[in-house]
Design a protein around this ligand. Structure first.
Ligand code: DAH
Length: 292
């Protein structure tokens, strides 16, 4: 019942001359339309070889090519840095190959001190500074503390040092290269409540608003008093489970900067106090996502 067919049916009733013209015109029109359809479907066929055998919606959006993403550690570093930058910490970067003074001696760990054993250190052969001692691969980001003190010379200091660290340790839960972040705040009248407030802030921002921090007495040479910091267990939420033993998970170290360390950094310990903390990036990342 198409329009062309209706016209073709009328041809017999049209007069001689016009009848011939009408026949030619209708034939041409029909052919033009048929050609256009044929042409169009050959384009469609070309675009999709499945069109004949399968129903195919050519208006569907195309497939997105696979997209890459940043390394998980890079994400974690960005997130941690953003959290601390929001409350005024200044992100710094210091050498990966460091002098003994900044990594140990200046942090109140003299040569042959047994505390050094914990930092199973890589030494660089035949590289010795007359004043700062042996060259080592930075065993912890705390080495940035003395560098930041001597760079700024004067408080206030609010440092966040995120960097690669190296230790001679390889097993299921230790890698010879890993990341740490160290925070350092020095100014007048800084006390433990400032440390605790900062820890709580970080724990809530990074692990979630229901998480809390807890500090336990501990020992580090470069802080006095020293603490170990725990966070509400990520798995059970604090009730106590097989993974946390008592509702808390261990996060890392912290403390009030030792007066000897302040002095070594050129800061007057009778005028200024400070707090510091240092944790592993992989560790907090794995805790956040409950990776065993
Ligand atoms: N540097 C310590 C470590 O690698 C962690 C640490 C403890 C950093 C106490 C600090 C601190 O800044 O105050 O085990």
């Amino acid at each position: 019942n198409g329009e062309i067919t209706q016209f073709i049916k009328q041809i017999p009733s049209v007069k001689d001359e016009k009848r011939k013209q009408m026949g030619v015109l209708l034939n041409d029109t029909k052919k033009t339309i048929e050609d256009a359809i044929k042409n169009q479907s050959s384009i469609i066929n070309h675009q999709s070889s499945v069109i004949d055998s399968e129903w195919f919606d050519i208006t569907l959006p195309g497939l997105k090519p696979p997209q890459g993403h940043l390394h998980l550690i890079t994400y974690a570093i960005k997130e941690i840095a953003a959290i601390f930058e929001k409350i005024g910490f200044n992100r710094v970067a210091y050498p990966e190959v460091e002098w003994d003074w900044y990594a140990f001696e200046g942090l109140n760990m003299p040569e042959n001190h047994p505390a050094r054993d914990e930092w199973e250190t890589f030494f660089i052969q035949d590289l010795l500074h007359p004043k700062y001692g042996a060259a080592v691969l930075t065993p912890h980001t705390s080495s940035g503390q003395l560098r930041e003190m001597s760079r700024l010379k004067k408080p206030p200091i609010r440092m966040l040092n995120i960097a690669k660290c190296y230790r001679r340790q390889i097993d299921a839960s230790h890698a010879p290269m890993f990341y740490q972040f160290d925070g350092l705040v020095i100014q007048e009248d800084i006390n433990i409540t400032h440390l605790k407030g900062t820890l709580d802030y970080f724990v809530k921002q990074y692990f979630g608003p229901k998480k809390e921090s807890r500090i336990r007495p501990f020992h580090f040479q470069f802080t006095e008093p020293s603490f170990e910091v725990d966070v509400t267990c990520i798995v059970c939420g604090g009730k106590g489970c097989k993974i946390c033993k008592g509702g808390w998970m261990e996060l890392g170290g912290a403390g009030m900067v030792h007066p000897i360390v302040l002095k070594n950094g050129g800061i007057d310990p009778t005028k200024y106090t400070g707090f510091a903390f240092g944790w592993g990036v992989e560790r907090v990342l794995m805790m956040k996502y409950k990776i065993d």
